[in-house]
Structure formats: structure tokens, C-alpha cells
Design a protein around this ligand. Structure first.
Ligand code: FAD
Length: 435
């Protein structure tokens, strides 16, 4: 079906991983042009085909877009949904609208960078500008560099420089929702968004809420104890841009230095992925690509299912399988166990987390895995091997978290440890030592 092109010039705002209409940098810039703004989202078939059709993350995205669409109706606006590759979607848009500029927020993952370069070229060929803005982190990776202009590879000096940058600026607020209000056209009826093809939807959604100040104030003392459930659970909101990192950082600056540090870790890993895109599937320290991993499928399956015989490891894996979330302390313990105790390639674990974690973020996941496997920049030294039993005693002293996820852990039906810690430690030291 061909549709007639609307003649008056418009700009397009392209939603990606920034699903909110308040404090949205690129949306703000698009509205600021004064031209009519078309708000678009593309269900990218190149991404969809890599996931199971009922992946809950599709539902988060779609249900969030529905919410945004209903809100936009108050301002006489709506979300335009497209389905296809980004190029196919932009071909449709070009046929439909007289587009002058496309606005989007930056995405630093290597695949996203490639996509954006292609779209930039495609649009340039049609005489349309493509403008992108920093939004998912406070500072663009090129704004936190060493004095010689090279990227940092160690967290502590990166963090120092990041904080120095912060002292030089006022964190901006991009009042995009206010602009929508000011430019309000006659409210329109809400037209429910069509269900995207090839995706099975559920009611799964996430509330875009900031953490309570008290939780952030107590974060430093409580964050390492999984049974307390005392972390902020914002990772999934940041992943899809339901809340603004700038506003969260403001809160952290006020309430907790430790919490701010964690947000800086997130920016550090984004910077690493941006400057060293090969780390997606190669070790940052190249010599570790020579490790002879024990690629044992049966051992891997026991780890995936939470049947290793180490209650703390199994509790973490079962939490992940059941909820799509795993506490940070357990991410470290389970990743260390896979790579050091079982000597299984960190890429297997990274891929499993990518499939299961609702907050899956390539930069933090690759960074976290390479940290635990000692193959990364600024990683745990290879000779420091977590003892799961000691970790458990320290961070779950009354076995509360374990009891929640592995209720049978004291019974005879619970498996014996699949590998003895002392033996595994010695073996890991030998194998790592060789490279
Ligand atoms: P909080 O403890 O409340 O921290 C607040 C925010 O700070 C987090 O939401 C996150 O954005 C950031 N943050 C905290 N710790 C880290 C960290 N170590 N590295 C980077 N950012 C951090 N985080 C993801 O968002 N997605 C992932 O796919 C991911 N995979 C990981 C894999 C491994 C092996 C490890 C060790 C860590 C991984 N992390 C990942 C980091 C961290 O575990 C999660 O961000 C955190 O557990 C999310 O829970 P929260 O929001 O309650 O965190």
C-alpha cells in the first residue's frame, strides 16, 4: 500500500533505549526546533530474531510505549510504531513524511554504533540530517579521558576524572515534557498501538520510580547482603531509559557517595565498550584468550540450573532463572565459580546472563564477566579466587537468602559439591598461570 506524503516539513524523534518523555535530551532538541515532531519507535527485526518471541523484555518495551502513547495523546501527539529493519522503517517514514532531521539519543554498543552509521548514511543520501545526543550517561565517553587524550582503563582514575568533570558543570535538565505541554495541540483520542508481529506479549511492565532516599542513605551498609534486598533495583529502568540518569545522579550526589560510585562504574564500562569494542567477545587482556577452557556442556548445565552443590551459587542462579534478576554479590560469586572453579569460558556465562537478565546491559555484563574471569581491564587478579563457602558465611551468615532459593540445601537430596574448592583453586591457578 502506498500512502501520500505529507508536505509540510517535520522532524522525527526516534525512541530507542530512552523510553520516557520527561528529561529526554534528544526529544527536547527535536521539540526545540519548533517544527512538528513525529515520535517513532522501530521494532527492529534484526534484534527480535536473536530472542525468544516471548522474551519478557519485549513486553516491557511495548507496555511502556503504550503508556507513553496514552500520555502523549493529552498533548495531541502519538507514538508511530514501525516493524522491520531500521532502514526499512526509515524508507517508510521517508515515503510518509517530509523529514528534515532525525533526532535520537546516543547508544554506545558496537552493534548500535554500526546501525546508527548505516542510518546516518541512508538519511544523508536523502538529504536528511541525523543528530544524536548524550542521554543514557552523564558524560560522553570522550569527555572523561586521560590528560594525553587516551581512554582510562582503570576505574579509580576514571572515577576521579569523572568527579572532576562533575565539579565543572551543572547537570542539565532537558525539560522535554514541558515543551510538549507548551506546544500542546488539541488532545487526540488514544489509539492503542498495534501488537508487533513475531512477539508474544504479556502484561509485564516496570514502574518508572526513583529509589527512596532512605534506601540510598543505607546503601553503603546493606548493599552486599542479598537477603536484605537493599539495592535500588534501577538497573532495568536505566537499561530501557525509564528514568533519567541525570536525575538519579543528582540524587546520588546528595545521598550517598558509594551509590554514586556504582553509577560511575556503569559509565566506566560503557566507556570501555565504546573505546574497546573488541571486548564484546575477546578478552581485554589478549593473552587470556589463550586459556584452555574446560568446555564441558554438562558442567555448564548444572551451573545454569543451580545444581552445583554450592548453595550460595545455586541460590543466585535460581534467583536469576525465576526472576530475571540477580543480586550483584551473587553475580560476582556465580561468575567467579563458572570461570575459576569450572574453568568454563566467560563468554558462555556472559551469553547465559544476556539471555536471562531483564537488566541485561552489554557494557556492564561484559565488564562484570571479564572482571570476575580476570581477563578484563582492572579485574580481580587471577590468583584471587572466591571461596563460595566463605562468601556465603560472610554475606548470608544466617543462610536466609539460600533458604529462600534452595530450601533443600541441608537435605540428602541436595547434590554434593560438583568440584572441591581446594582442587578447583589449584587447577585454576595452574591454568591461568600458564598464560
Ligand atoms: P544497585 O546496587 O542499586 O546499583 C545502582 C546502579 O548502579 C545499578 O542499577 C547499575 O546501573 C549501577 N551498578 C551497580 N553496580 C555496578 C557494576 N558492578 N557495574 C556496572 N554498573 C553497576 N548490570 C547491569 O545493569 N546489566 C548487566 O547485564 C550486568 N551484568 C553483570 C554481570 C556480572 C558478572 C557482574 C559482576 C555485574 C553485572 N552488572 C550488570 C552490574 C550489577 O550487578 C547490577 O547493575 C546490579 O546488580 C543491578 O541491581 P541494582 O539496580 O539493584 O543495583
Amino acid at each position: 500500500m502506498t500512502t501520500r506524503q505529507e508536505n509540510s516539513p517535520v522532524v522525527v524523534f526516534w525512541f530507542r533505549r530512552d523510553l520516557r518523555i520527561d528529561d529526554n535530551h534528544a526529544l527536547y532538541e527535536a521539540l526545540n526546533t519548533g517544527l512538528p515532531v513525529k515520535i517513532a519507535f522501530i521494532f527492529d527485526t534484526e534484534i527480535i530474531r536473536n530472542f525468544k518471541s516471548d522474551d519478557v523484555r519485549f513486553s516491557f518495551i511495548f507496555n511502556r510505549l503504550q503508556e507513553i502513547n496514552r500520555k502523549l495523546a493529552q498533548y495531541g501527539q502519538s507514538v508511530h510504531l514501525f516493524h522491520g529493519t531500521p532502514t526499512e522503517a526509515f524508507e517508510q517514514m521517508v515515503g510518509r513524511w517530509n523529514m528534515i532531521t532525525v533526532f535520537a539519543n546516543e547508544d554506545y554498543e558496537p552493534a548500535a554504533q554500526k546501525r546508527d552509521n548505516n542510518i546516518n548514511q541512508f538519511l544523508a543520501g536523502k538529504g536528511i540530517e541525523f543528530k544524536t545526543y548524550t542521554d543514557q550517561i552523564v558524560f560522553h565517553p570522550n569527555r572523561v579521558l586521560k590528560p594525553d587524550g587516551k581512554p582510562y582503563t582503570v576505574f579509580t582514575p576514571f572515577g576521579k576524572r569523572w568527579r572532576q568533570r562533575l565539579s565543572e558543570i551543572q547537570i542539565p535538565v532537558f525539560d522535554s515534557e514541558k515543551l510538549l505541554q507548551l506546544r500542546k495541540e488539541r488532545a487526540c483520542a488514544v489509539v492503542e498501538l498495534p501488537k508487533p508481529e513475531g512477539i508474544i506479549l504479556t502484561g509485564a511492565k516496570r514502574k518508572a520510580a526513583f529509589p527512596e532516599p532512605q534506601l540510598i542513605q543505607e546503601y553503603d551498609q546493606k548493599r552486599d547482603y542479598p537477603a536484605l534486598d537493599a539495592t535500588s533495583r534501577v538497573s532495568v529502568l536505566l537499561r530501557f531509559g525509564l528514568i533519567s540518569i541525570r536525575q538519579l545522579a543528582q540524587m546520588a550526589i546528595k545521598e550517598s557517595n558509594t551509590y554514586l560510585n556504582e553509577l560511575i562504574w556503569r559509565e566506566f564500562y560503557m566507556s570501555i565498550l565504546f573505546h574497546f569494542p573488541h571486548t564484546v567477545n575477546q578478552s581485554f587482556k589478549k593473552r587470556y584468550d589463550a586459556i584452555s577452557w574446560n568446555l564441558n556442556e554438562a558442567d555448564f548445565q548444572r551451573w545454569c540450573c543451580g545444581e552445583t552443590g554450592y548453595p550460595i551459587v545455586d541460590a543466585g542462579m535460581r534467583q536469576l532463572n525465576a526472576t530475571g534478576f540477580m543480586h550483584n554479590r551473587l553475580r560476582m560469586i556465580t561468575a567467579s565459580f563458572l570461570t575459576k572453579h569450572l574453568l568454563i569460558d566467560w563468554r558462555w556465562g556472559e551469553a547465559y546472563f544476556a539471555q536471562k537478565l531483564h537488566d541485561y546491559e552489554q557494557s556492564s555484563n561484559v565488564g562484570g564477566w571479564q572482571w570476575a574471569a580476570s581477563t578484563g581491564n582492572d579485574a580481580v587478579p587471577y590468583f584471587r579466587i572466591f571461596n563460595p563457602t566463605l562468601q556465603s558465611k560472610r554475606f548470608d551468615p544466617r543462610n536466609e537468602f539460600i533458604r529462600q532459593w534452595v530450601p533443600e540445601f541441608e537435605s540428602l537430596s541436595y547434590p554434593k559439591p560438583m568440584v572441591e574448592h581446594g582442587f578447583a583453586r589449584k587447577r585454576a591457578l595452574e591454568v591461568y598461570g600458564r598464560v
